[in-house]
Design a protein around this ligand. Structure first.
Ligand code: FPP
Ligand code: MG
Length: 324
């Protein structure tokens, strides 16, 4: 169902998405058998390719040329892919998108150099972009992405963190890369400054809403829908919005204490999930996500008249309301 919706949303740029998909395949090709196997494994796991889609849709507001745009859209997806391969080592995660992670199928060492290879390939693609501003945006985003991950490690199991800490963290780990995907689409295609600014802000708000939804779904979706155990965030010590909104609930307290010291048994995980799913915190978090979504939609209104405005709107709504 979700897959069908995505297909419909991408219909206008279907052939260009295929170009990106083929290019990703080529990008992940290496002279090492092991790297190739790990890369095929990653490609087969799929993904929404939402970052390249944002880049291409944003580029439609400028002078659109897929041969040029692929050199920025592909590295954006590669950076995302590489960061997830490394993230699964950091989080010790065995499953992603219903498949074993690279670190589980091979080992941590293979995951580290697969991620490094993917980052290096991303850099190779960007070399053909002549605009220095594009390089600055991308480099800064990568630095902040790493910062976000480091902060997430430092904040593990920290229940005294504020909502501001949480928002700062998700901005770095998710919203900035989506923001940059939109901004870079505009900048590389030569769209005007005002358009680039609104697309950038649109990307930021969509990214924030997207990550909050992701953090809600981690509790509300099923293991099967998630392709990994529900509640993984909390079990890994990643304290997200629903938990921050209900951390003083006395019923939740025993789980919060135990998860940090000994982990939860399967029965405790199920009870914790039931408690969070039925809480006000889920409603509140959904409300906050919708506020970001509204802000994203407002940015679209400020863009010049263009047929892609409706697409940007539909994609934002899909991402903000998705169920898995
Ligand atoms: C997923 O978070 C992780 C990220 C979105 C970013 C991870 C970033 C890095 C490992 C640094 C990347 C390095 C460079 C050079 C760019 P999550 O664990 O909350 O989500 P999950 O449930 O999908 O694992
Ligand atoms: Mg993770």
């Amino acid at each position: 169902m979700e897959k069908m919706k995505i297909k419909m949303l991408y219909a206008d740029i279907k052939s260009d998405i295929e170009v990106i998909e083929n290019e990703l395949e080529q990008a992940l090709n290496s002279s090492s058998h092991l790297l190739n196997d790990a890369s095929v494994h990653l490609l087969q796991a799929g993904g929404k390719r939402i970052r390249p889609v944002f880049t291409l849709l944003s580029a439609k507001f400028g002078d659109y040329n897929i041969d040029r745009m692929k050199n920025i859209a592909v590295p954006l997806e590669l950076i995302h892919m590489g960061s997830l391969v490394h993230d699964d080592v950091i989080d010790n995660s065995d499953m992603r998108r219903g498949r074993e992670t690279v670190k589980a199928q091979w080992n941590n060492r293979v995951a580290m150099y697969t991620g490094n290879f993917i980052f290096a390939r991303a850099l190779q693609y960007v070399t053909s972009i002549e605009n220095p501003r594009a390089h600055q945006i991308l480099a800064k985003t990568m630095v902040e992405l790493v910062n976000g991950e480091v902060i997430q490690i430092e904040d593990k199991f920290r229940l005294d963190q504020s909502l501001k800490d949480y928002f700062r963290r998700i901005k770095r780990k998710t919203a900035l890369l989506i923001e940059s995907s939109c901004e870079l689409g505009a900048v590389v295609s030569g769209a005007d400054e005002k358009t680039a600014r609104h697309l950038k802000r649109y990307g930021y708000f969509v990214g924030m809403s997207f990550q909050i939804v992701d953090d809600i779904l981690d509790f509300t979706a099923t293991d099967k829908q998630l392709g990994k155990p529900a509640g993984s965030d909390l079990m890994n010590g990643n304290v997200t919005l629903p938990i921050l909104l209900m951390k003083d609930d006395p019923q939740l307290a025993p789980y919060l204490t135990k998860v940090a010291v000994a982990g939860l048994t399967e029965e405790e995980r199920q009870n914790m999930l039931a408690l969070v799913r039925n809480s006000e915190a889920i409603k509140e978090a959904t409300h906050i996500s919708n506020l970001y979504l509204k802000k994203a939609l407002k940015e679209i209104e400020a863009l010049p008249k263009h047929p892609m405005k409706k697409k940007l709107r539909d994609i934002a709504l899909f991402m903000g309301k998705r169920k898995s």
